[in-house]
Design a protein around this ligand. Structure first.
Ligand code: HXC
Length: 257
């Protein structure tokens, strides 16, 4: 693939994105985020890709934003640069994004993890927000998403101390779906991605859409939204096929239509 800081690969219906700056623990410089968002959008548009898997080369997932790149920044430069508009585009990806995380996923690296739908962590994974140690704070949604997931008290503890927590704790807090030995991490994440890829794509897509809304909206509003998506799925061939297959006691063949 045509990128400098990432690789992409296609394995059946799974589009794989691999962060590839291992010499600096995949520190996320801005061109790398641009490439990542472009790769996500390319897979999002590709009809043959059903699920996206995000992984990283080397001993760590990502050790945050590239400190050397942002060291001399000032607020006016940052306002004009508007770098987080690219991060916002990640939240518009409709297909499932599954992350496999080993080693450090801290700062912007943790924010990237929090932008994924499903997270498989290696036993050696470490998560946290060290921004406070640099005299700043998270800027790509970390404060917000951590608070929404684990509540304000635990979030403040981690954000104020800047300390890292391990995969077991991340699992207890509901930040990751599974903790696995690092040797099986990528295979298990791929197996899960392939399983989701066999499910009816429009159901998968509208479930993601509705869950995303549920995080943001009131129960009443998100239930109205859920209802519309439920009705919409009755316009699909896959709904007819899924229910017909049940009645005929056979496996359904889903076409994504
Ligand atoms: C630039 C980085 C880097 C980073 C690591 N490196 N993290 N370079 N930016 N964020 C480089 C190191 O300088 C070093 O390069 C090489 O990667 C290996 O790192 P080491 O420190 O030698 O590894 P280790 O001793 O294992 O320590 C791992 C670590 C530590 C604890 C994760 O690297 C670390 O504290 N990194 C910084 C973490 C951080 O503060 N990130 C938050 C950034 S703020 P050399 O050339 O010396 O070999 C942020 C804001 C997000 O993310 C805003 C949204 C984008």
């Amino acid at each position: 693939s045509n990128y400098q800081y990432i690789f992409t690969e296609i394995d059946d219906a799974v589009g794989k994105i691999i962060l590839n700056r291992p010499e600096v623990l995949n520190a996320l410089n801005r061109p790398m985020i641009t490439e990542l968002v472009n790769a996500l959008e390319t897979f999002n548009k590709n009809e043959n890709i059903k699920v996206i898997l995000l992984t990283a080369n080397g001993r760590s997932f990502a050790a945050g934003a590239d400190i050397k790149e942002m060291k001399e920044d000032d607020p006016i430069y940052l306002e004009k640069l508007d770098q987080f508009a690219e991060w916002d585009r990640m939240s518009l990806i409709k297909k499932p994004i599954i992350a496999a995380v080993q080693g450090y996923a801290v700062g912007g690296g943790f924010e990237l993890v929090l932008s994924c739908d499903i997270v498989f962590a290696a036993e050696n994974a470490k998560f946290g927000f060290p921004e406070v140690n640099l005299g700043v704070m998270p800027g790509a949604g970390g404060t917000v998403k951590l608070t929404k997931t684990i509540g304000p008290r635990k979030a403040l503890e981690w954000l104020w101390t800047g300390e890292y927590f391990d995969a077991k704790k991340a699992y207890e807090y509901g930040l990751v779906n599974q903790v696995l030995p690092v040797e099986v991490l990528f295979d298990e994440a791929m197996a899960f991605a392939k399983k989701v890829a066999t499910q009816p794509p429009l159901s998968i897509r509208l479930i993601k859409d509705t869950v995303t809304k549920a995080v943001d909206l009131s129960i009443y509003e998100s239930m109205q939204y859920e209802r519309k998506n439920f009705y919409l799925l009755f316009a699909t061939d896959d709904q007819k096929e899924g229910m017909q297959a049940f009645v005929e006691k056979r496996q359904p063949i889903f076409k994504g239509k």
